[in-house]
Design a protein around this ligand. Structure first.
Ligand code: 9MG
Length: 301
């Protein structure tokens, strides 16, 4: 039996006012990015602990080298983040975040990368889009009142993620009556709302680990096929997160790539269009093998 997911075509629309998009086709005044199966978004953190801090120029060069290596390893898009949103984390100012993100985005744009920027702040998003970013990944689901307008004006799609509470306190006592119904209806409602406001398209992300217990995360994972049946592509991000530690008894986040891969393969088979990961090469290869297996007549599935 051949499963539908490896050949399903996912689409994401960008307004043509953005810089030319690597790999996108022109479609009725927009750029349309199309891909089949599950793509990889590579994580590029540009927080001070991520690089050597050998001066701004050296840091940008190191970030570009890492992005080049993620692209060679198969990342379709690079997600640049200058502020940690881990549970318990405190924010930084927009000026500080921009200082970290803008030069890296500009350097990647010059080199033809497809760039997403992970930020909660409309001010940072606006400057990053001006510097050449293509998509805004906002884990707060666009809570900054200016964020929708900034993305609409730039013609940039968004990754809409569900988060209960805020990063500093979100894991203290997450509570839902029906987590799947609440998260999915929130994401569909918000995707419609932002598109009515002029944002060209959205990726939907249930936000594993963002104000959710292990049981909430597992319920949302089991429900990926339901979310993937909606008109928007679905992104899943569990890379090195606490739930991988809980399921595998691995305390060190840097040692959680094998567990992250297992979870992401499951998400891909459930219909996820993209996974956000640290270990790009491992995911790229495993996803290709899984797609190949599912294409074999009478194969897995
Ligand atoms: C920035 N960031 C951290 N975890 C994430 C996740 O699961 N999804 C998205 N979209 N962004 C994330």
């Amino acid at each position: 039996m051949t499963l539908a997911w490896p050949t399903r075509v996912h689409r994401l629309r960008f307004r043509r006012s953005l810089p030319p998009l690597p790999g996108a086709v022109e479609e009725r005044g927009s750029w349309e990015l199309r891909w089949t199966g599950c793509a990889v978004m590579g994580i590029l953190n540009v927080t001070p602990d991520s690089f050597s801090d050998g001066g701004r120029h050296a840091d940008v060069a190191a970030a570009v080298a890492q992005a080049e290596s993620l692209r060679r390893a198969g990342a379709l898009m690079i997600d640049v983040g200058g502020e940690s949103t881990r549970p318990g984390s405190h924010g930084v100012s927009a000026a500080e975040e921009l200082d970290r993100v803008r030069p890296v985005v500009a350097a990647l744009a010059e080199r033809g990368f497809l760039i997403s920027v992970d930020t909660l702040k409309a001010e940072v998003a606006a400057e990053a889009l001006r510097a050449g970013a293509h998509l805004i990944n906002d884990v707060s689901g666009l809570r900054d009142p200016q964020m929708v307008q900034v993305c609409a004006e730039a013609g940039a799609p968004v990754c809409l993620m569900h988060m209960q509470g805020e990063p500093r306190t979100m894991q203290r006592s997450p509570h839902y009556t029906d987590v799947v119904e609440e998260v999915h209806s929130y994401l569909r409602r918000e995707a419609e709302r932002v598109q009515v406001a002029g944002v060209p398209d959205a990726l939907l992300d249930p936000g594993l680990g963002f104000g959710k217990s292990l049981e909430h995360n597992l319920s949302l994972l089991r429900a990926v096929p339901d979310l993937a049946a909606s008109p928007w592509p679905v992104l899943i991000g569990a890379s090195r997160k606490g739930m991988i530690g809980q399921l595998s008894d691995e305390d060190d986040p840097a040692q959680r790539d094998p567990g992250s891969l297992a979870l992401h393969l499951h998400a891909a088979r459930s219909g996820a269009a993209m996974v956000r990961v640290h270990a790009v090469a491992e995911h790229g290869q495993a996803l290709k093998v899984q797609a190949g297996l599912d294409r074999v007549p009478g194969g897995a599935g």
